[in-house]
Design a protein around this ligand. Structure first.
Ligand code: ATP
Length: 284
């Protein structure tokens, strides 16, 4: 028996950090959505009580450090499943890019194993399990567009009638989310982006307003550490993107583009700066 799941990448249309909590997590407000750049997971039932992860990508851990492994172990332990699974990860989402690739794989594993093992776990319970694995996992369980608060696990669905192109560009540098949050100071934030205004713009289907409301308070930290990210964002806008922003803690920069006729020019222009460029659609 085999199950297939797609694990799409997420982008943050806005990301604000309100304060650091006594438990060490940051209280955030984020509007997140998904794009059609996705990993593909193949899950095969194993008679032996074991979890095996394989991947065509040579650069991710395949042991208990893999988030798909952790998701499988969590669901097995919690629901006392005595059979095993082989999960093959066909990675397409760049790793450590600010696109929640690992979180989306974990969420897809939870959804897939719920089906493979006929567990009938309701979605909200899958999201609670996901929150134990990482702050972005609950959102990735359902996808769509959502306002995320708390440490990212409290979700409110947002109607998003928008359809546009998204150009993703990942410079060849590694950004540590922990380092970016470690260097971030709320007092240094010049302007907090508004979650409410972004939600309004989306619900109204107002593409121009969405582009005008893009904002990420982590951008300044990452841009200071890695000037290439700043250059990439400028290039994206110069080449004609209607709006551009760094996703998550970076280093991927995305550009929103309404007109298909502009896409090739922006894509080709960015390829001069970095190898990893993708032209995809917003998932609606
Ligand atoms: P986020 O936006 O949630 O911070 P990210 O896109 O920056 O995530 P990931 O691609 O999820 O980062 O990878 C972060 C780290 O997690 C990497 O160092 C990688 O080795 C590890 N990792 C564990 N499991 C996976 C997985 N299934 N796919 C990719 N990376 C994984």
């Amino acid at each position: 028996m085999k199950i297939y799941e797609k694990a799409p990448a997420k982008i943050n249309l806005m990301l604000d950090v309100l304060h650091k909590r006594p438990d060490g997590f940051h209280e955030v407000e984020m509007v997140m959505t998904m794009v059609d750049l996705a990993d593909r997971l193949e899950m095969s039932a194993l008679p032996r009580n074991t979890i095996i992860i394989t991947s065509q990508a040579g650069y991710i851990p395949l042991d208990e450090k893999n988030l798909a492994f952790q998701a499988a172990r969590l669901i097995k332990d919690r629901y006392d499943v005595q059979s095993g699974v082989h999960i093959h990860l066909d990675k397409k989402i760049p790793v450590a890019a600010g696109l929640a690739g690992g979180s989306s794989d974990a969420a897809a594993t939870l959804r897939g194993l719920n089906r493979l093992w006929n567990l009938n776990i309701p979605v909200h319970e899958l999201q609670e399990l996901g929150a134990e694995l990482g702050s972005d996992v609950p959102f990735c369980v359902t996808g769509g567009t959502a306002l995320a608060t708390g440490r990212g696990e409290k979700l409110t669905k947002v109607d998003n009638p928008l359809s546009c192109w998204v150009i993703l560009a990942k410079p060849p540098i590694n950004v540590s989310t922990a380092e970016v949050y470690g260097k971030f100071r709320v007092a240094d934030v010049k302007e907090h982006p508004s979650a409410g205004k972004m939600v309004e713009a989306l619900q109204a289907g107002d593409f121009g307003a969405v582009c005008g409301r893009l904002g990420n308070v982590l951008e300044e930290v990452t841009l200071k550490l890695h000037p290439q990210v700043s250059q990439l964002k400028e290039a994206m806008l110069k080449l004609g993107a209607d709006g551009a922003l760094m996703s998550g803690s970076g280093p991927t920069v995305f550009g929103l583009v309404y007109k298909e006729s502009k896409v090739a020019r922006i894509y080709n222009g960015l390829r001069g700066f970095c190898r990893e460029v993708y032209a995809v659609r917003l998932l609606t």
